[in-house]
Design a protein around this ligand. Structure first.
Ligand code: NAI
Ligand code: MG
Length: 370
């Protein structure tokens, strides 16, 4: 990964399908503006991979696609998914190979109340939490099989895979992140029902957190935690969860803050040995694709997470402040209760990047946050 010492970040861009093709250029415009303000640049290397590529070639990405990505500093992804293509193809043909080949073992999702967005929960206390989802193993494994297809005794077995290394590094990331925030880690578990892997998860999380005495650890059963996230999400700081639990909890917590269109995620290889990937949480939204109304905030916020990981925390904070300011001023897309188009909201963010620049210019960019 290029550090702040380099002045140009080479980024692989996979806009993908549907609204990915609309929110990606919107976010790139905002990122170029913030880079310009901070005296660095992006070299965007666009790749036309996704469902159309699949219809032409039978593959989601070229044979040497992962090698091409490996030569760049990060991957910026829009969304993939097409009504005429199985989601198994898009997921296992593109997203999962990138996450696993590049050991992007952390899926980080910020969940935060945004200004000007009508609250979903009755109690409007602001939400500000981070979900650290284990991203390489757990319930999403290839181990298993299906037998007696089509017969009455047909069956399927799918094994969950939990390793000491995998759990430890997720727990460590969560602890380090919490120590830069409010110092609380909640671990999602189900050790009362899933009696082999989840007690192991609990043990390894506890052992790892013992190395962070300043961080408070609580384990909560996933069902109770889901309910609690609806009732009082503001109590949580950092939640660490397995691949499946983290996937579900992050959509749930995200929904509590407003539109899925605003949610961002980072697939991180924290050591920087491989490129990390940044993508909004939403999919290709075929129901609104091509109409210019998609909310670009999820893509822009993912770009801010990318800035952080590239060692540009001041630029990241600047970009977040810019979109928060645009939303606070009432520039909102339809999903947020407004009338702005994708480009109107992105242009408003770019304007605020320029306006807020004096507050965010720093010569000393810090290192990547954990
Ligand atoms: P979706 O996230 O694409 O859409 C769900 C609903 O939210 C739709 O009503 C959509 O209009 C709305 N929505 C989503 N993003 C929005 C935005 N930025 N602004 C305004 N409204 C927005 O999920 P869905 O419909 O389940 O999946 C559609 C396709 O996307 C499928 O092929 C699915 O596999 C794929 N998908 C891809 C993901 C990825 O690339 N990581 C993640 C989720 C779904
Ligand atoms: Mg999901």
């Amino acid at each position: 990964m290029t550090t702040a010492a380099g002045n140009t970040h080479r980024i692989s861009v996979i806009a993908g399908d549907g609204i990915g093709l609309e929110v990606m250029p919107a976010a790139i415009g905002c990122l170029d503006a913030v880079a310009d303000a901070h005296g660095f640049a992006f070299d965007w290397i666009e790749r036309d991979w996704g469902s159309d590529y699949f219809f032409r070639t039978g593959r989601m990405l070229p044979v040497d696609g992962l090698e091409q990505l490996a030569t760049t500093d990060a991957v910026f992804l829009g969304a993939v998914g097409h009504p005429d293509l199985s989601d198994v193809e898009t997921l296992w043909g593109l997203l999962i190979p990138i996450r696993r080949t590049f050991s992007q073992y952390i899926n980080l999702r910020p969940v935060k109340t945004l200004p000007g967005v009508r609250p979903v929960l009755a109690d409007p206390t602001p939400i500000d939490l981070m979900i650290v989802r284990e991203n390489n193993e757990g319930e999403y494994s290839e181990v298993g099989g299906r037998v007696y297809r089509g017969l009455a005794n047909e069956m399927a077995v799918q094994e969950a895979v939990f390793t000491r290394v995998g759990i430890t590094r997720a727990a460590r990331f969560a602890a380090e992140l919490a120590s830069t925030r409010r110092g609380k880690v909640t671990s999602a578990t189900k050790s009362n029902g899933i009696i082999h892997s989840m007690p192991f998860w609990d043990e390894v999380v506890r052992e790892t957190l013992a190395g962070y005495p300043e961080v408070e650890l609580r384990s909560e059963l996933i069902d109770a935690l889901a309910a609690s996230l609806v009732l009082h999400p503001w109590r949580y700081d950092v939640i660490v969860a397995s691949n499946l639990f983290g996937d579900i909890l992050s959509d749930l917590a995200g929904a509590a803050t407003g539109s899925i269109g605003s949610l961002a995620s980072a697939n991180l290889n924290p050591e920087g040995q491989h490129p990390s990937m940044f993508e909004p949480v939403h999919g290709s939204a075929p129901d609104i694709a091509g109409t210019g109304v998609a909310n670009p905030i999820g893509q822009i916020w993912s770009g801010a997470l990318m800035l952080d990981a590239l060692g540009r925390p001041a630029a990241a904070a600047h970009l977040v402040a810019a979109f928060e300011s645009a939303l606070a001023d009432g520039v909102r897309t339809r999903d947020l209760g407004g009338t702005a188009s994708t480009t109107e909201l992105a242009d408003a963010v770019t304007d605020r990047v320029v306006q807020l620049a004096p507050d965010y210019l720093e010569t000393n960019e810090g290192a990547m946050r954990p």
